[in-house]
Design a protein around this ligand. Structure first.
Ligand SMILES: Cc1cc2nc3c(=O)[nH]c(=O)nc-3n(C[C@H](O)[C@H](O)[C@H](O)COP(=O)(O)OP(=O)(O)OC[C@H]3O[C@@H](n4cnc5c(N)ncnc54)[C@H](O)[C@@H]3O)c2cc1C
Length: 301
C-alpha cells in the first residue's frame, strides 16, 4: 500500500524507516497498536524533506514526542508516525537557549541549571519533549512554557520553515496554535534568567519530590486525564463521586491521585476510554461538572 512512498523515504539520508512499530513501546501509558511506517529523523534538516515527500503523496502523519500525553488506539496508526527523539541538540548562549524539539524537558532543565539559568525548574519533572510541551503549552506549579518562549521555528505541511513569535503561537492553558494548524515545532528559542545553580537544583529537587509524593509515577499513565475545570480540582471531584480505585480491565483510577488513570499491566486503550467515560458520567451526575480529557486520542480504537 505504501510501496512507492516507502521507497522514496528509504532513499533519504539521516532517517531510519521502520514498519509495524508497536506504539506501546513509545507511550508513557504503555498502550497502543502498531504504526504502519515509523520514521526516526536523525538530523533536523531532514524533517522538512520528509514533510515535503509526505505532502506529495498526500499522506497524513502524526508527530510523536515522548508519547506522554496521548492515548493511542489498540489498532494503532494507519499511516506515518514521525518520532523526533533524536533531534535533541541544545545551544546555550547569553542567557538564551536554542533547542531542537525532540529534547526532553528533563534534559533541557538540567542543562539550563548547569548553565546557571532559571525558569525551567517547573518543567524538569514533566515527562515530555520540548515539541510536545510547546504544542500543549505544558505547565506546572504556576508556570508554563509561555513564560519562557521567545520564538519557535515551525514546519508547515508543504515542508516550509517559518518562525512564529510568542504572540503568533497563541499560547493559553494547555493550548497553542499548533493544535489548530498542522505545524511541526522544529527548533525553539527560550529566554531564561540568570540564577544560582545550587538554588535552581534545590528547587527542581523539591518539585520532583512533590511529584513523587502526589502522583502515581510507579505506574504507566498519561498524566492528568482531565483538564482542570475553572474553580475546581479534578482529583477531589472524582474522589467525591466515589471513583478512587475504580477499574475497567487493567485501567484504574489511581488510589494515590484520582486525576490519573494508571495501567496496571495489560490495560487496552478500550479499557481506558471506557473508564474515562464512566468517570465523566458519574462526576457529572454527582457534581454537575463536565470533565474534558487532556491527552489526545490518536489512531484506530
Ligand atoms: C506522569 C505524568 C506527569 C505529567 N505532568 C504534567 C504536568 O505537570 N504538566 C503538563 O503540562 N503536562 C504533564 N504531563 C503531560 C505531558 O507530559 C505533557 O503534555 C508534555 O508536554 C507532552 O509532551 P510529549 O513530547 O510527550 O508529547 P506527545 O504525547 O508525544 O504528543 C502530544 C501532542 O503533541 C504533539 N507534538 C509532539 N511533538 C510535537 C512537535 N515537535 N511539533 C508539533 N506537535 C508535536 C503530538 O503530535 C501530540 O498531538 C504529564 C504526563 C505524565 C505521564
Amino acid at each position: 500500500m505504501f510501496k512507492k512512498l516507502s521507497t522514496e523515504l528509504e532513499k533519504l539520508r539521516d532517517v531510519v524507516v521502520q514498519y509495524h512499530t508497536p506504539l506501546k513501546d513509545y507511550t508513557s501509558f504503555r498502550i497502543g497498536g502498531p504504526a504502519d511506517i515509523f520514521l526516526i529523523p536523525l538530523q533536523n534538516r531532514v524533517l522538512p524533506e520528509i514533510i515535503a515527500i509526505l505532502n506529495n503523496y498526500q499522506q497524513d502523519f502524526f508527530i510523536l514526542g515522548k508519547g506522554s500525553n496521548i492515548i493511542v488506539g489498540d489498532q494503532g496508526i494507519r499511516g506515518v508516525v514521525i518520532y523526533n527523539a533524536r533531534l535533541n541538540n541544545i545551544i546555550i548562549k547569553d542567557g538564551q537557549i536554542t533547542a531542537e524539539c525532540g529534547v526532553t524537558l528533563a534534559a533541557l532543565a538540567k542543562q539550563a541549571m548547569e548553565a546557571g539559568l532559571s525558569g525551567l525548574e517547573f518543567a524538569s519533572g514533566i515527562p515530555g519533549s520540548l515539541g510536545g510541551a510547546i504544542f500543549m503549552n505544558a505547565g506546572a506549579y504556576g508556570s508554563e512554557m509561555k513564560d519562557i518562549i521567545v520564538e519557535v521555528d515551525v514546519i508547515n505541511n508543504t515542508g516550509d520553515v517559518l518562525t512564529l513569535n510568542k504572540q503568533q503561537l497563541d499560547l493559553s492553558y494547555r493550548h497553542s496554535i499548533l493544535q489548530e494548524k498542522s505545524l511541526i515545532a522544529s527548533r525553539v528559542k527560550l529566554k531564561l534568567a540568570p540564577g544560582d545553580r545550587e538554588q535552581i537544583k534545590a528547587q527542581m529537587k523539591k518539585l520532583n519530590q512533590q511529584r513523587q509524593e502526589k502522583q502515581p509515577l510507579e505506574w504507566p499513565s498519561a498524566g492528568s486525564v482531565f483538564k482542570r475545570p475553572d474553580g475546581y480540582y479534578t482529583g477531589p471531584l472524582i474522589e467525591k463521586a466515589g471513583l478512587k480505585g475504580a477499574r475497567v480491565g487493567d485501567a484504574q483510577v489511581s488510589q494515590k491521585h484520582a486525576g490519573f488513570i494508571i495501567n496496571r499491566g495489560n490495560a487496552t486503550a478500550r479499557d481506558v476510554i471506557e473508564l474515562i467515560k464512566k468517570v465523566q458520567r458519574e462526576v457529572y451526575q454527582n457534581s454537575g461538572i463536565k470533565l474534558e480529557t487532556e491527552p489526545r486520542y490518536i489512531g484506530e480504537f
